[in-house]
Design a protein around this ligand. Structure first.
Ligand code: MRU
Length: 365
């Protein structure tokens, strides 16, 4: 009987490395403010169609967040800031957050519960000095600042992450953490991109990421545009793939990181971390400080979003399971801190013991 490592394929690794023809086109902006409107690229239509949506109504932005037209923790934080700005302009708020604006902020907060970025952004907006001025103008300035900071954070994450990526590296990733999931550039994918730009020879194993296929639809699309070598795999193949291709590391993003280092990310991340542990592959989380929730002591306090069962029983309009069945559809899981070798943030690399190092690296800034 053959051992795990002796799987025979028709093409060698080197031969099949040429298959992802690089497209190398520029990547669109995930979200921008355009003269009173918010514009996004509709991520649910990718990779087959590049459709842009614009609106000056904050309720549309809430719907875009709920339906994942814009998604990824930093990107929905930015979208929340722009939604709050639209609401403040719509209500002509000056001086204060009045009742109408307050209920708009509540609606924005409730769009998606797991990523802490929305809550962090709204807390930041609430702390601004708005006395004697247009709240919309103050929020808009802050939203632009948040967007710029997120892009800058991604680039810094990329630079800090370089030391974790060898010159010739096979890297596993899950979900989508690229430019579209952030303000631009990416977190985990930003690390991979920075390594590629630094001339390292990287090959990425991309989990398709059931049920909504962020890996297949978005990560593969971005990597192809960037001309970075990758192999798309089904989620269940990550174990065999990490052994066959001798993965050097795995890196994922985060929706919420608690004070002890427990990390919520797209469903399936926890499984991947266990596989990494079993196979001695270091498992890293790349995330900006806007994704940390230091008020939460552990992952037990993270609300896990459950999505519509249709997302599992159907793909778009195509039914893939019997009707009237019971489904459990968590969008995220929690990876325990003990499975995480390090966090890569815009402030540097954070290693265990996380209760101490996260407080020192994040809370004190
Ligand atoms: O449901 P999604 O697609 O918003 O989930 C996104 C993820 O889990 C990402 O990995 C995370 O938000 C980090 S994005 C830089």
């Amino acid at each position: 009987m053959k051992s795990w490592g002796a799987i025979v394929t028709s093409s060698s690794y080197q031969e099949s490395r040429t298959k992802n023809s690089p497209v190398k086109l520029s990547l669109p902006d995930p979200i921008r403010w355009n003269d009173g409107d918010v514009t996004i690229i509709d991520q649910t239509r990718l990779p087959t169609e590049e459709v842009f949506l614009s609106s000056h109504n904050y309720l549309d932005v809430c719907e875009w967040i709920k339906s994942l037209r814009i998604r990824g923790a930093p990107a929905i934080g930015i979208a929340a800031a722009y939604a709050a700005t639209l609401a403040a302009f719509e209500y002509g708020s000056t001086n204060t957050i009045d009742t109408k604006l307050e209920s708009a902020l509540q609606a924005i907060l409730l769009t998606r519960p797991t990523a802490v970025n929305i809550r962090n952004v709204l807390a930041r907006l609430r702390n601004l000095d708005i006395s004697g001025t247009s709240v919309g103008e103050v929020f808009l300035y802050q939203a632009q600042e948040i967007l710029d900071e997120e892009v800058d954070s991604c680039r810094r994450i990329g630079r800090f992450g370089l030391e974790l990526i060898p010159d010739k590296a096979v890297i596993l990733t899950h979900c989508h953490t690229g430019g579209l999931a952030t303000g631009g550039y990416g977190t985990a994918l930003g690390m991979i991109r920075a390594a590629h730009e630094a001339g390292k020879d990287v090959m990425v194993l991309v989990d398709e990421t059931r049920p909504l296929l962020q890996g297949a639809r978005l990560t593969a699309w971005e990597l192809q545009k960037l001309g970075i070598d990758f192999r798309l795999i089904v989620d269940g193949a990550s174990g065999i793939a990490m052994r066959k291709f001798k993965a050097n590391l795995a890196v994922v993003g985060a929706d919420r990181i608690t004070a002890n280092g427990d990390t919520a990310n797209k469903i399936g991340t926890y499984n991947l971390s266990v596989l990494c542990k079993e196979n001695g592959v270091p498992f890293y989380v790349a995330a900006p400080s806007s994704s940390f929730d230091l008020a939460a002591k552990s992952g037990d306090e993270i609300p896990i979003e459950e999505r519509n069962p249709d997302e599992i029983t159907h793909f778009r309009d195509c039914q893939s399971a019997p009707e009237d069945i019971s489904v459990f559809s968590p969008a995220f899981d929690v990876t325990p801190a003990k499975n995480i070798a390090a966090f890569v943030t815009e402030r540097g690399i954070i290693r265990p013991e996380y209760r101490v190092s996260i407080a020192a690296g994040i809370a004190t800034h």
